[in-house]
Design a protein around this ligand. Structure first.
Ligand code: NAP
Length: 337
């Protein structure tokens, strides 16, 4: 089986800004499990394999190692800067005036880039938790989302576009009530929203809301994040790749159920960013979008698998007095005050 997929055979998406990005990319969060070296080695292999989109973030703790790989690929001529689409994100401890610019500058320095293709606000509040913390960890300074506080951070992101440091900007871990509050205030609309999306957690309302407004959904944990950190596991969680209907479809296509999750994601219209350090996995993940699409009937079956099963609940970001992780996601339809 070939070890390289022609990047031209990977579909692309056009953002409202006119920029294009690949319809599938690679995630770079090691889930406290994989080292920066293992991940950067996978990024190097993925560039060779034909990946052109990489989802990075300051808090993943590996941008310097990944930057070395980008630099080497540019020098070697494997790929040109303009052929890659690279995202990065400001972490919760760097919100607000001054800090966003600093965070972007550090990420660009580490990634060895002059600009990011897409710069995200990683979470919509400045609630910090230490890397590798456990699920019971709480920061006493945490507080609920506040529109004005978020907008101060967003205004700094807009300045990154003005300065040419980010081609486009986006938000992550948003809800419809939060978007309703902030979108009318944006001078520069988000080009993309990164959100958890997999067959058992399809977020149909948020997905539709974004698409109707010309905002590209990007799906994290597209395979159901089987290696996610312990703090993000609860007994009720469903493993997407073990759902019988999905296993059955995978058997019919003679691929791993993970590959079916990705075919579904791309055919539905979100951009999945699966993570893997294993070559056979990341090759089959990229190949998933270039051959053997799912039938309309299979797409319908997977549509029916939604169980509203959020995996990344974010409880470590809760503030004193919060009722539970549901408060982070405005499940009563209003913004928590
Ligand atoms: N914006 C945010 O707040 C946010 C939050 C979470 C994630 N993300 C982004 O989304 C990316 C992806 O999320 P994720 O890593 O949590 O979950 P994921 O991509 O759903 O799952 C990754 C895991 O799936 C397994 N896998 C991958 N390809 C496979 C294949 N072909 N066959 C079988 N198993 C396969 C691997 O497990 P093994 O390692 O055990 O083999 C891998 O570690 C992250 O890396 C990050 O960039 C963003």
């Amino acid at each position: 089986m070939t070890e390289r997929i022609n990047p031209a055979s990977v579909p692309s998406r056009t953002l409202y800004t006119g920029d294009t990005m690949p319809a599938i990319g690679m995630g770079t969060f090691g889930s406290d499990r994989y080292t920066p070296e293992q991940i950067s080695e996978a990024v190097a292999g993925a560039i060779e394999a034909g990946y052109r989109l990489f989802d990075c973030a300051a808090c993943y703790g590996n941008e310097a190692q990944i930057g070395e790989v980008f630099d080497a690929a540019f020098r070697k001529g494997t790929v040109k800067r303009e052929e890659l689409f690279i995202t990065t994100k400001v972490w919760n401890d760097m919100h607000g005036r001054g800090n966003v610019l600093l965070s972007c500058a550090r990420s660009l320095r580490d990634l060895r880039l002059d600009y990011a293709d897409l710069f995200f606000v990683h979470w919509p509040f400045p609630n910090y938790h230490a890397p590798g913390c456990d699920g019971d960890s709480r920061n006493p300074d945490s507080r609920p989302f506040r529109t004005e506080e978020f907008m101060e951070t967003w205004r700094q992101c807009e300045r990154l576009v003005d300065m040419g440091l980010a081609r486009t900007i986006g938000m992550s871990n948003m809800t419809i009530p939060k978007l309703e509050a902030v979108l009318p205030l944006c001078r520069i609309k988000p080009a993309a929203i990164e959100m958890e999306l997999h067959p058992c957690f399809q977020q149909p309302e948020l997905f539709k809301y974004c698409v109707e407004r010309g905002i590209q959904p990007i799906g994290f944990c597209p395979i159901g994040s089987p290696s996610r950190p312990e703090r993000d596991r609860t007994p009720e969680d469903i493993a997407d790749t073990q759902v019988p209907e999905l296993v059955e479809i995978a058997r019919a296509h003679q691929v791993h159920p993970a590959v079916i999750c990705l075919k579904w994601a791309v055919q539905r219209g979100q951009i999945p960013i699966p993570f893997s350090v294993r070559k056979e996995q990341y090759l089959s993940n990229l190949r998933s979008v270039t051959e053997d699409p799912l039938s309309t009937q299979e797409m319908e079956i997977i549509k029916g698998l939604d169980r509203n099963n959020r995996l990344i609940k974010g409880q470590v970001f809760l503030w004193p007095g919060a009722r539970g992780w549901e408060d982070l996601w405005d499940l009563d339809g209003t913004i928590t005050k």
